[in-house]
Ligand binder design. Sequence first.
Ligand SMILES: *[C@@H]1O[C@H](CO)[C@@H](O)[C@H](O)[C@H]1NC(C)=O
Ligand SMILES: *[C@@H]1O[C@H](CO)[C@@H](O)[C@H](O)[C@H]1NC(C)=O
Ligand SMILES: *[C@@H]1O[C@H](CO)[C@@H](O)[C@H](O)[C@H]1NC(C)=O
Ligand SMILES: *[C@@H]1O[C@H](CO)[C@@H](O)[C@H](O)[C@H]1NC(C)=O
Length: 393
Amino acid sequence: MARTLPTKTLVRTSATSIRHFPGHSKPSPPPCALMFRKAAAVLLLAAAVALPCAVLYRAAVLNAVQPVQVGWDRRPWWQRDQPPPAVMVPDEDGDVDPAAAGDPESDNLKLEQVLQEASMDNKTIILTTLNAAWASPGSVIDLFIDSFRRGVRTRSLLRHLVIITFDWKAYKQCKKIHTHCFALVTKDVDFSQEKRFQTAGYLEMMWKRLDFLRLVLEKGYSFIFSDSDIMWFRNPFPHFYPDGDFQIACDHYVGNATDLRNIANGGFNYVRSNNHSIEFYKFWYSSRLRYPGYHDQDVLNFIKHDPYITDIGVTMKFLSTTYFGGICEPSRDLNKVCTMHANCCIGLHSKLHDLRIMMEDWMNYMSMPLSLKRFGAFSWRVPQNCSLSLHNQ
Ligand SMILES: *[C@@H]1O[C@H](CO)[C@@H](O)[C@H](O)[C@H]1NC(C)=O
Ligand SMILES: *[C@@H]1O[C@H](CO)[C@@H](O)[C@H](O)[C@H]1NC(C)=O
Ligand SMILES: *[C@@H]1O[C@H](CO)[C@@H](O)[C@H](O)[C@H]1NC(C)=O
Ligand SMILES: *[C@@H]1O[C@H](CO)[C@@H](O)[C@H](O)[C@H]1NC(C)=O
């Protein structure tokens, strides 16, 4: 009963709250305007020097089928005398969009540099992703960073946080508020809008992210990936299993870290870089083809039963909501909570509202005398605008 999704528009902007249930309609194709913008973007990019074949192919196809603005060279790229000049238009601050300027080789070097700078001694980093919709001042990313500052022994972890941005606006905002930012170049898709749950663009963003995380593992970095609608109140490292390659938080935790009936939530995980985890990420990413229309979190909850997981030899652990909670299933004890996720929540406004309440609750708790803290009388005032009823319990 609670499994049915409301008919109003679902705005789901993280890998978190609302699950995509079977039987729902397929995403509709993007409107013409968007298609046109894509085509124009691809044309510009065809000018860049070393583009992967896939992009070139796409550019060629789009070039052939899309109406092109008057004055543009309408021939496919391989028939032109020379490629159109790369247009790098500086914005009002005189900066040039790295996505427009980037070539794969220098992107790769940039990534290695950012990872190296942010890394702990043991090659571990903390990653989150950001698009424009969550980047504006006072929005999700500010609360996220604020939580590190107000948490117990979490402030120093900020030095190891890399914010992966999906678009130019998010990148610029990141540079204003944080040291380690990396622009994930997404040449042919505009990820800047608040993504509506179940749209093609939303899914593409989630899968792009997963593929990027595989790359980070291949570069030898272990990571905590955290959605930015997760408040960090305590250092999570002491609560990871020493023997888990892949450890993931849950919407619903059944009380046993290896039980596959745990409902994983892709918004928070800790992954050790090794051959098992890399192979697992490749398998997970490739599984999107077997489950078209589903996002990474759903597909994980399907493939966790796959015998191939055992063959890969990846050790999977589910993290208890006692420490890694959320609105679906809160961490009841504020003396233990590490992270709280605004999962089970529809819409950015509701999410922000409840995240702020969570933060207030935490600050009230922190200001209490130790004796009262120990007494454990304190509990969360959330959910308010988010909803427990979305959870399929
Ligand atoms: C890596 O270093 C951090 C910070 O010192 C520590 O908390 C974490 O447990 C270490 N991870 C491993 C796998 O040793
Ligand atoms: C936890 O789950 C695993 C796998 O289902 C099972 O083998 C194990 O016995 C369970 N442990 C406990 C303590 O129930
Ligand atoms: C994977 O295995 C190969 C050899 O089997 C080894 O050289 C390499 O370092 C391993 N990679 C990681 C990330 O553990
Ligand atoms: C939160 O819910 C309350 C009461 O239902 C409503 O008045 C308020 O406008 C909501 N706020 C947001 C930000 O959605």
